[in-house]
Ligand binder design. Structure first.
Ligand code: GLA
Length: 759
């Protein structure tokens, strides 16, 4: 298997797998890496020198002793400061003299099978035979600092991953001011930037705008990847849509402060970079030390945004998520948060558990409020011992009861935080982030533990372990409910304060590693006030994320549509909740709530003890249907069909890998009078399969009747080109408009397709 070609004479490197090509070379005079092409696969050749674009322009600064070596217009791989280039660099180092002038020259390369883990950080993985890694070694001319650029290309996916490592082999310390995970210069500015923006309760809103001259960026400065921007962006051809056109997607496997920056220069070259945010970042690279960036994942698609998303979905599901969870059925849960908030006791929980059992739900999650004396959000974080007032028989008794009822048991923690007036807070003020003599803000009445201090991580692990060892727990919800606005660690020297944010996130990863090493079967769902840390790095540990505290079905259309740009449905936490909805006060039907939550991990978050007999029957049916459908939903190919950002409707569908089954979700937000005819073109079906189209998933006797089915069946090409028809056919059924049933606002339909065999 050759996925990496090297033209030895010209030192041209070509990564290609038949789907994508990525080509760069070593510039012969200055020994810098020059980017030549990134896009759809082209065939390899012995010489790519025709791709070199070199102009001598009057205003250029030139390398000393040379007249054609300005880097100002050269498309590069990882530009550094101090090399005649005026654009933002991807690497900047401060040297002992205080200068920041670097010059990294190519030294050598190696090609390895498979790919290696980045120590201490979540990384995508691959079998030896399924990927190849190219490592390029460069060395600084002015110091003994070495730079390693790693590129992995995968056999099966149009994906290249990148990261960079700096090693200080000299005697003197240097400071790394910025080191991006990837940087590429593309030869045109004819793209649109697509990214996800938001806030608490309205995460992952899709934004799309044209590139313009100058700098555009997305970032986080909050200590977490954040609700505000996701560490992801895509550059799309202006004509690219969900189903067609070229799209380049970039995603960072990182949970902390990040920067995604796009700079268009005056020659219309687009420099894009993604990595740790240089804001508040400065890493002391001591003699003998190395520093590795997080991994960046680049996806190429020539089948529009759906093509990009499907690659991210299957790549993250198969090469990032813990393998045991990649395709394992996720339990349908009942979470007590919106049912009780902090106000519960054993009797209340018993009633919820009994009803969950009756509804055939599989996992009961006890959310916030079970520990210390936590009756509101102003106390007890950091005291992870059970509240004897609420649970006099302890957690184990509760866990046993739940397991006896045939359900699994899940428990909420917020490991990174501490409340005032706890023993932890009083005894270890040095474990708090922030300056002891300056304003140390609280957020949701709580303080952030300095997870850069291994002792603090160890203490939280000790407390969690005490609970997990005593109580059988199957699922853990790891929450994080505030950001960091005063990054200072009493534990670090003054020169190291620029390391606080990154060390914090490394500490978060450490606790995840410790937990999973001790409890490898644990299913973890990550959460940060909803989707405040929905990123690939946490997916590595926690295969599902609570996508938003907004559980309203209409709002969720946008949130889940946006999240699906990168994250697989098996990772998008989605619940059917109470009405009127607790975030927006909207009343939607149980059906609409189910039909939206179905395209995610699925569960319930409402007081099920208050349901009517009819509602219970409806939920029981939903649970049964989801159990039958979840294999398809979590492992099929997802297609977005109609965007809720641009219309009163939304639609999406999942198709099984063998194309024999599909589920379509169609949603209309507001009712319209005297409606227009609507057709919904489907995607991803097999042209010549005949599909039975039904509002029911289950195989009934009648479904077995092939003759009957033949009449109702429609071919894949018909469904993809004509589409599903939503207007009704009244031939021979003369009926007045007024007599027709009106659907009202917030209408939804699930449509099930099943290939039937010819008779
Ligand atoms: C956050 C989470 C919620 C819930 C509460 C508990 O807001 O996103 O799902 O767990 O905390 O305090």
């Amino acid at each position: 298997m050759a996925l990496i070609y090297v033209n030895q004479e010209t030192l041209e490197f070509h990564l290609t797998n038949g789907q994508v090509s990525y080509i760069f070379r070593v510039m012969e005079k200055v020994q810098t890496l020059e980017q030549l092409y990134y896009g759809k696969a082209i065939r390899h050749r012995e010489d790519f020198s025709y791709l070199i674009e070199r102009e001598v322009r009057p205003s250029n600064n030139q390398f000393d002793g040379d007249h054609t070596s300005s880097l100002e217009h050269v498309k590069q791989e990882l530009p550094v400061y101090g090399t005649t280039d005026f654009r933002y660099p991807a690497l900047e180092i401060t040297y002992p003299d205080g200068d920041t002038i670097s010059r990294f020259r190519y030294q050598s390369y190696v090609v390895q099978n498979g790919k290696q883990k980045i120590a201490g950080q979540p990384t995508t993985f691959s079998k030896e035979a399924d990927a190849q890694t190219l490592v390029i070694y460069l060395k600084d001319e002015y110091s003994d600092v070495e730079l390693q650029l790693s590129y992995t290309i995968f056999k099966e996916y149009p994906v290249i991953t990148r990261h960079a490592t700096l090693t200080n082999s000299g005697q003197e310390e240097v400071t790394v001011n910025r080191l991006m995970s990837l940087s590429i210069d593309l030869p045109t500015k004819d793209y649109e930037l697509l990214h996800l923006t938001g806030a608490w309760a309205r995460e992952t809103q899709v934004q799309r705008e044209a590139l313009h001259y100058g700098v555009q960026s997305i970032s986080s400065t909050r200590g977490a990847s954040s609700h505000v921007h996701n560490p992801f962006f895509a550059l799309c051809e202006p004509t690219a849509n969900e189903v067609a056109g070229e799209v380049f997607g970039f995603s960072l496997v990182y949970s902390g402060n990040f920067l995604g920056q796009i700079e268009v220069d005056t020659y219309e070259v687009t420099r894009l970079m993604l990595g740790i945010n240089p804001f508040q970042f400065a890493w002391q690279l001591k003699a003998g030390d190395s520093f590795s960036t997080p991994e960046a994942v680049m996806v190429y698609s020539d089948t529009g945004l759906n093509g990009m998303s499907q690659t991210f979905h299957s790549f993250y599901q198969n090469q990032l998520v813990r393998p045991q969870w990649a395709h394992k059925e996720r339990p349908i849960l009942l979470n007590n948060w919106e049912a009780t908030y902090f106000d519960f006791d054993e009797a209340k929980l018993d009633a919820l558990i009994e009803t969950a059992k009756e509804l055939e739900i599989e996992l009961f999650v006890l959310d916030d409020g079970w520990f210390g004396a936590r009756n509101s959000d102003n106390s007890s974080l950091g005291n992870w011992t059970v509240d004897p007032k609420k649970l006099p028989n302890g957690l184990s008794a509760l866990s046993n009861k739940i397991h006896k009822a045939g359900l699994k048991f899940g428990l909420w923690f917020e490991p990174e935080m501490v409340s005032a007036e706890t023993a932890l807070y009083e005894e270890h003020p040095e474990w708090l982030l922030g300056h002891p003599k300056k304003n140390r803000s609280h957020g949701r009445n709580q303080f952030v533990l300095d997870f850069g201090q291994p002792e603090a991580v160890e203490e939280i692990f000790r407390q969690m372990k005490a609970i997990l060892d005593e109580t059988p727990i199957d699922y853990l919800k790891w929450d994080m409910n505030r950001y960091i606005s005063e990054a200072f660690s009493t534990h670090l020297a003054k020169e190291q304060q620029g390391e606080v944010f990154h060390r914090y996130i490394l500490g978060v990863y450490t606790l995840y590693e410790k937990l999973l090493a001790a409890y490898p079967e644990l299913l973890i769902e990550s959460c940060a006030g909803g989707g405040g840390r929905f990123d690939p790095a946490l997916l590595y540990y926690a295969p599902q994320t609570w996508a938003s505290d907004d559980t309203d079905a209409v709002e969720r259309l946008k949130i889940q549509y946006g999240a699906s740009m990168i994250y697989p449905l098996s990772s998008i936490g989605s619940h059917v909740s109470e009405v009127p909805n607790h975030q927006v006060g909207r009343i939607t039907s149980l059906k609409m709530r189910n039909d939206v939550a179905t395209f995610g991990t699925f569960g319930y978050e409402l007081d099920v003890t208050k349901l009517s007999v009819e509602q219970k029957a409806e939920i029981k049916q939903q649970v049964r249907v989801f159990k039958e459908s979840r294999g398809l939903i979590h492992s099929g190919d997802f297609y977005r069909l109609v965007s809720p950002f641009h219309s009163n409707e939304a639609a999406w569908m999942v198709v099984s890998k063998d194309k024999r089954q599909a589920i379509v979700g169609y949603y209309q937000v507001l009712a319209e009078p005297n409606p227009i005819y609507k057709r919904l073109k489907l995607q991803g079906l097999a042209d010549d399969f005949q599909y039975q189209v039904s509002q029911q998933p289950a195989e009934t006797e009648q479904d077995q009747n092939q003759v009957q089915n033949q009449k109702q069946a429609r071919y894949g090409d018909d469904l993809m080109n004509v589409g599903l028809i939503f207007g009704e056919n009244y031939i021979d059924r003369a009926q007045e408009y007024w007599a027709k049933e009106k659907q009202g606002d917030f209408h939804s339909q699930l449509i099930y397709l099943k290939a039937i065999d010819e008779v």
